[in-house]
Design a protein around this ligand. Sequence first.
Ligand code: IPE
Ligand code: IPE
Ligand code: MG
Length: 262
Amino acid sequence: MFGKWFNWHRADRQINEQSQEQNIDMDRLPQHIAIIMDGNGRWAQNRGMPRTFGHRAGVDALRETVKNCSDLGVKVLTVYAFSTENWKRPTDEVSTLMNLIIEYLQREIEEMHKQGVQVRFIGDIESLAAPVKSEIERARARTAKNCGLILNIAVNYGGRGEILTASKRICEDVTQGKIALNKLDENLFAQYLYTGDVLEPDLVIRPGGDYRISNFLLWQIAYAEFWFCDVLWPDFSSKHLVEAISDFQRRNRRFGGVNNKT
Ligand code: IPE
Ligand code: IPE
Ligand code: MG
């Protein structure tokens, strides 16, 4: 109990000290950070352990990152936990990942609730097995009224599938006369995505050394800034988060326009 309190306290101090040292401008934080939590398997293999050991360590990095984003005042954190392509993995790895999601929610939900975190989920949740589905629903309902950090967890998520599902629902609504085709614009289309009216990510972080998007938030990242690093997800800490934010604040975002400052 004391150990846990001490760790939270320590994380608190680190993120604040580190953001001061790096001259982070708290008024220009990325409002929505999205993270592809990659590298768990290699982290475990580097230690001669099974891949599932790395997934457990990955949960610790997630807990710390949620706390850090919440402390900093980031509005939305979206994390990629399980993709629609991850079903290709061996059955025992898939079931460990599903069990870890259940365990994570059972263990962490009260602490997140205390921090005011609102937990949401994106992806094809309906197709998941009943135990994980009910834990997801419990976590969502428990934190639904919170006004702090929105934590979006992507489970059974694929960007192409999301766009396709949205398109099918739009077709149905057009056919049933609920919306007129000539009223369909980018804003309305986005409402049909899993992310609904949540702000688009302005910073996408991918640890693990790969430089790809792996079917994550394809629609939403149109103008996001990207930050890649070689560190494997279980080793991702406040130091890397602050580095990513500091780099983000040095970027010149033009959105297709011209730079007003020159
Ligand atoms: C990310 O780590 C976790 C999930 C995809 C669920 P990986 O399991 O992909 O780890 P690496 O990339 O094989 O090291
Ligand atoms: C992306 O990582 C998915 C998650 C982190 C959940 P992967 O390890 O599945 O991506 P690829 O296979 O390297 O593209
Ligand atoms: Mg991977």
